[in-house]
Design a protein around this ligand. Structure first.
Ligand code: SAM
Length: 210
């Protein structure tokens, strides 16, 4: 992705949560790369089957989560940060949106570690390297826990009457048929997703090339 100067100028950073890094802009709504029109991600409300995936427009520091520095030397992301539950989160509960710079595949930064697919068919992603919200601090479960406790799911935000915009949300995993995840995420537990094996393959290849 090109330098910060290629991004559309938009309103300044909102009140950021505790432990937010100074050099990253805190977002409460997405920003869009110059080459992208948010209209590409919009549909009519009547087209959405699952109305429970519709969220209110505004977000801000989430009371569901806390960003924490990782001081445990045994944690594979030691020296970095992670995202932790600030309260008990039940199975399937919505935790927060994943906000960042919305971009096309052509504008993607191949070196970004914060880039998430938003719409594969349209070739649109959301990159939280320089601009984002608390969700950018969610680590992958590998080396930390046996399994993830959260996942990304598509959500919709009502922008104007009847018009919805596609976003990405983080949800607690379902309880599962056997109910083994029925406790959800306990207070102070780290929120962990699976980045997918592809993410780690790319990192490994980069490390080998260095
Ligand atoms: C989206 S960021 C997650 C937040 C990051 N820990 C931070 O403080 O900015 C992804 C990066 O976090 C680190 N990371 C996440 N999960 C990890 C894991 N299970 N083991 C080692 N590093 C991890 C890697 O450096 C990865 O490139």
């Amino acid at each position: 992705m090109a330098s910060k100067s290629n991004y559309k100028k938009q309103s300044p950073s909102a009140q950021a949560p505790k432990c937010w890094p100074e050099d990253i802009t805190y977002l409460t709504t997405p920003r869009y790369f110059q080459s992208i029109s948010p209209a590409a991600l919009r549909i009519q409300k009547s087209e959405v089957v699952d109305l429970t995936t519709i969220l209110p427009v505004s977000t801000g520091p989430s009371s569901n989560v806390r960003i924490k520095e990782i001081n445990n030397p045994k944690h594979p992301a030691h020296g970095q940060s992670g995202l932790f539950a600030a309260r008990h989160l039940a199975p399937d509960a919505f935790i927060l949106q994943y906000l960042g710079f919305v971009h096309t595949n052509e504008d993607a930064d191949p070196k970004s570690n914060y880039d998430l697919n938003l719409d594969r068919e349209l070739g649109i992603g959301v990159d939280a390297t320089h601009f984002g919200n608390e969700a950018r601090f969610i680590n992958d479960y590998r080396g930390i826990s046996d399994r993830p406790n959260a996942e990304f799911r598509e959500v919709w935000v009502e922008m104007s009457k009847g018009e919805l915009e596609k976003r990405m949300g983080v949800f607690v995993l379902s309880a599962g048929k056997s109910g083994k995840r029925s406790k959800g995420i306990t207070k102070n537990e780290e929120i962990l997703v699976s980045y997918g094996k592809g993410f780690w393959r790319v990192l490994q290849n980069e490390a080998l090339q260095d």
